[in-house]
Design a protein around this ligand. Structure first.
Ligand SMILES: [Zn+2]
Length: 438
């Protein structure tokens, strides 16, 4: 069984439903804030209340719902879930801290910082037999009906565990349906049947998003126009009177600009993950929790680390569907070690060429890293290979030094940027095409 979330655009049945939903969300926020500031935060680190302890405060004599009767208008499970959020957020902060990020403490939430309500196990009903195409109706207990754009049906054997109703910053509504189901993924090819040339190593970077062991590369998405749009809308917003209608419109326009950039990034990741996992039996990537600590600095590092993490997740997801092994290898030393002879050479980040003093192999720094990632990946997966032959075989097929990845003669099996653009997946658009490097 796997857990998957399906997200849909939603429309409230009428204005009263929209109002009821927003009111209930805000009640959840009050409960969250109350639990956080009155119960959770005052207690010392070793003595934090458990989830059950917090939840029990809601009910019973002199419980919160007794003291504030207006809280009773919300479906009771939703209030429990609001309280549970404290623990969830806390564990997110902890895991960030474990990975070396600086984190603050949980904050009291303002109305626009708390935008969703969570129905867990009960209190909802999904009706997809409405007689209309791409349409389903979700009933939320004590709120009412929301119509959803049911463009992607839930799996037939899905068990709905949770539904989250959210008012996005753009002002539109969305419904996330979390399901457990048996996806019936196809079997991946057995390791002993995998040929070395049907595998690929991938180096993820900041300016070049991907450089692979066949010496093909993909630039990072060109975000300049999105950035300009976002800057422009930030300026628009700053000129409006805070809280006015014009201000609200400008704020929503800004939120849409951010959303658009997010969507483009996601689209790009998904397409790359699809291409690689359909073309190869195994894809090797670096374990980036570690890599993000060692390369770059400050904000650009955080942004890159985030997009690498999401990219790896996309590869893992597509790998399951497309019968492709996706293996993460430790990144230490991959840029320094020579992929041909294993000799380590110190090179600072700005040295883009790899030139081995021991064996004379020369090539792009990232290409050398990708080859090294492939070698480590084959080792980890257990594919029988002669290390030397792997390296030499790949080096031979590549005019190193001067040739750009796109100029390499591509065979049918190669994932060349050109091929992605020309033959691409059916959903590949012009927009993405222009972002792919040649
Ligand atoms: Zn060497």
């Amino acid at each position: 069984m796997v857990e998957e979330t399906f997200k849909y655009a939603a429309t409230p049945d009428d204005d009263a439903t929209a109002t009821a939903a927003w009111n209930d969300i805000q009640t959840c926020r009050e409960v969250y804030n109350h639990a956080l500031t009155q119960e959770y935060r005052p207690r010392s680190a070793g003595d934090k209340p458990s989830y059950t302890e917090l939840q029990n405060k809601l009910t019973g004599e002199s419980g919160w719902k007794e003291r504030w009767p207006e809280w009773q208008t919300v479906y009771s499970k939703c209030l429990q879930m609001a309280v549970r959020r404290i623990k969830q957020s806390e564990s997110v902060l902890e895991s960030l801290q474990d990975r070396g990020y600086k984190v603050g403490q949980l904050k009291w939430k303002k109305p626009d910082e708390f935008r969703s309500i969570c129905y867990n196990q009960s209190g909802f009903d999904v009706d997809s037999n409405t007689g209309r195409t791409d349409h389903a109706c979700v009933n939320f207990s004590k709120i009412g009906d929301f119509h959803i754009n049911y463009h992607r049906p839930l799996p037939a054997n899905a068990d709905i565990t949770q539904i989250i109703l959210k008012k996005e910053k753009t002002g539109s509504w969305s419904v996330c349906i979390v399901v457990d189901y048996d996806p019936g993924y196809p079997e991946k090819p057995p390791v002993e049947d995998i040929e070395v040339e049907d595998t690929v190593g991938i180096d993820l970077g900041i300016t070049k998003f991907i450089h692979d062991s066949n010496n093909h590369s993909f630039e990072s998405l060109d975000e300049q126009r999105d950035r300009e749009r976002i800057d422009r809308r930030h300026r628009d917003l700053s000129r409006k009177e805070y809280g006015s209608n014009n201000w609200e419109n400008a704020r929503q326009a800004l939120a849409r600009a951010y959303e658009r950039l997010d969507n483009r990034r996601e689209d790009y990741r998904e397409k790359l993950a699809h291409e690689y996992t359909t073309r190869y039996d195994a894809v090797f990537l670096e374990d980036l929790d570690v890599k993000s600590m060692t390369e770059g600095n400050g904000n650009s590092r955080n942004v890159a680390a985030m997009s690498w993490r999401q990219t790896i997740q996309a590869f893992n997801r597509h790998g399951k569907k497309n019968k492709c092994h996706v293996i993460e290898v430790p990144p230490e030393g991959t840029t320094k070690r020579c992929s041909q002879c294993g000799c380590s050479t110190q090179k600072p980040l700005w040295v883009r060429e790899h030139s081995c003093p021991a064996c004379g192999f020369e090539g792009d720094r990232d290409y050398n890293a990708a080859l090294e990632i492939k070698r480590l990946g084959l080792e980890k997966l257990g594919v029988e290979t002669n290390t030397k032959a792997v390296g030499q075989g790949m080096a031979k097929s590549t005019p190193a030094e001067t040739a750009l990845p796109g100029e390499t003669e591509a065979t049918a099996d190669d994932v060349s940027p050109k091929r992605v653009v020309e033959t691409g997946s059916p959903c590949l658009t012009e927009r993405t095409a222009s972002a792919v490097s040649e």
